[in-house]
Ligand binder design. Structure first.
Ligand code: ZN
Length: 131
């Protein structure tokens, strides 16, 4: 076991990098298949995820995880779209929200480091294209 390898999700190849993204896509798959089933769809052609810029996921690893996780399901070969939500924080001294640059909540007006994150940690299924 190398460092950072949690076992589950590691496919024995020694490439354990996208473990986090794999477990995430696993949940997305469950949700997507449940929704497709509810709509009587026979295939899922595209999946859109809403990802906060502070959610801590790697888009490339997500694409990889998507391929692995969706294989052999009705979502095999589907496209994965990522909708990035920029982090926004609220500055108490200025009483104003601002967009966090580079993932750091420092107010551009007064330099206060804000602890109030309004958005940016989203990780959710935004929409599905069903056939
Ligand atoms: Zn401020």
């Amino acid at each position: 076991m190398g460092s950072g390898c949690s076992g589950s999700g590691c496919m024995g190849s020694g490439r354990c990098r996208p473990v986090h993204e794999l477990s995430l896509m696993d949940r997305v798959r469950e949700l997507a298949l449940a929704q497709a089933g509810a709509h009587g769809a026979s295939r899922i052609t595209a999946i859109t995820l809403r990802i906060g810029s502070l959610a801590g996921v790697d888009p490339e690893a997500l694409q990889f995880a998507h391929e692995v996780v969706m294989a052999k399901t009705i979502a095999a070969g589907s496209l994965l779209h990522l909708e990035v939500v920029l982090a926004r924080c609220f500055c108490a001294p200025c009483r104003a929200p601002f967009t966090a640059m580079d993932g750091v909540c420092v107010c551009p007006r007064c330099g206060t480091i804000s602890a109030e994150l309004l958005q940016g940690r989203e990780l959710e299924l935004a929409s599905l294209e069903l056939v």
